[in-house]
Design a protein around this ligand. Structure first.
Ligand code: PEP
Length: 262
């Protein structure tokens, strides 16, 4: 992790926790981090609840002035209109969402989202003032055939095409084989791909964007392995699935700077 980028620890709840559970969770997370004297300026924390929780989380965060960011897990590539079931980026911006996850491997696999769809959604997020967390990553088969970087690099190139150099984005490198499998990549593997992804940001958006853009690692991150990833110069945080649903475990990940050797 480079000193000039504030690390981001982002919890992707997937389809877990209803709006009442979300309120209880975010309250407990805030208390736990406050009790532990967490420095929110030194490591940013964000949660990504289901759409139906967002208004409740927004209200709680505003009322209690919590330093916890939040975002959605997807958005429509369209602004408004006859798109039943879709959610516009404009609506998410109205709910004070800072971020939106785009191109998660579960969306790519279960909802057939290809790189063109991911690019359109990335552009829609930026248009509505949201920071897209653009997910890229190779399957086990890709890894065997092409090595670790080729597929995520190609995915990111398409996603970023057409963005302005000033676009505020986050990239999440999530090897598909590591998601929910309990088998995380090694810090070395994550660093190698993160460095290649930063080169893509540089090539398409320029030096300034490459220097400021945060690149996260995701895939079976836990409190016991986060420190290793965060020691890598091109890894600026993590996108966390399963472990983000346990307040104590997630808090411990967020407080990685307290772990030995970081
Ligand atoms: C994810 O779904 O983005 C993820 C990284 O999941 P997990 O941490 O459970 O592997």
């Amino acid at each position: 992790m480079a000193v000039n980028r504030v690390p981001l620890l982002a919890g992707n709840w997937k389809m877990n926790l209803d709006h009442l559970q979300a309120i209880a969770f975010v309250q407990k997370l805030a208390w736990t981090l406050k009790d532990a004297s967490h420095d929110f300026d030194a490591a940013e924390v964000a949660v990504f609840p289901p759409f139906t929780d967002l208004r409740s989380v927004q209200t709680l965060v505003a009322a209690d002035k919590l330093s916890i960011a939040f975002g959605a897990q997807d958005l429509s590539m369209h602004d408004s209109g006859a798109y039943t079931g879709e959610i516009s980026g404009a609506f998410l911006a109205q709910l004070d969402c800072t971020y939106v996850i785009i191109g998660h491997s579960e969306r790519r696999t279960l909802h057939a989202e290809d790189d063109t769809v991911v690019a359109a959604k990335t552009a829609a997020a930026v248009k509505h003032g949201l920071v897209p967390v653009v997910c890229v990553g190779e399957t086990a088969e890709d890894l065997e055939k092409h090595g670790p970087s080729a597929v995520p690099v190609a995915q990111l190139r398409t996603a970023l095409e057409g963005l302005d150099a000033g676009a505020d984005i986050v990239v999440a490198y999530e090897p598909v084989w590591a998601i929910g499998s309990g088998q995380a990549a090694t810090p070395d593997q994550a660093e190698q791909v993160a460095a290649a992804l930063r080169d893509v940001v540089r090539e398409i958006l320029g030096d300034e964007a490459a220097t400021r853009t945060r690149i996260l690692y995701g895939g079976s991150v836990k409190s016991s392995n986060i420190a290793g990833f965060m020691r890598e110069p091109n890894v600026d945080g993590a996108l966390i699935g399963g472990a983000s649903l346990d307040v104590n475990e997630f808090s411990s990940i967020v407080r990685f700077q307290k772990h030995v050797g970081v």
